[in-house]
Design a binder for this molecule. Structure first.
Ligand code: FES
Length: 101
């Protein structure tokens, strides 16, 4: 099973292929905002995917549209609720770990 590493804590969790990164982060007990319950509408689950980007699901048009409206977006930006884990391990960085509750 692929391993998701969550920065900045460095916590790791094994997840099944097909799990969203939002679900992985929550399963690991880390704080992440998800105000729209994973519908790509709030942008609160904005993260950086640092490693494993090639094996995760591609950015959808609705995710892209939301990302375009967020300040601080970069080439590694994704919405955690929209990223589906593939066969490879993934490392992500939480950006809102202080305000995610
Ligand atoms: S939880 Fe709202 S965009 Fe991901």
């Amino acid at each position: 099973m692929p391993v998701v590493t969550i920065q900045p804590s460095g916590k790791t969790i094994e997840v099944s292929i097909g799990t969203t990164l939002l679900a992985a982060v929550m399963k690991a007990g880390e704080a992440i905002a998800n105000k729209c319950q994973g519908k790509a509408e709030c942008g609160a689950c904005h993260i950086f995917v640092l490693e494993g980007r090639k094996s995760v699901s591609r950015t959808t048009p609705s995710e892209n549209a939301k990302l375009d409206s967020i300040v601080g977006v970069g080439s590694k930006s994704r919405l955690a609720c929209q990223v589906i884990v593939g066969e490879e391990d993934v490392t992500l960085e939480l950006l809102n770990f202080a305000s995610g509750r």
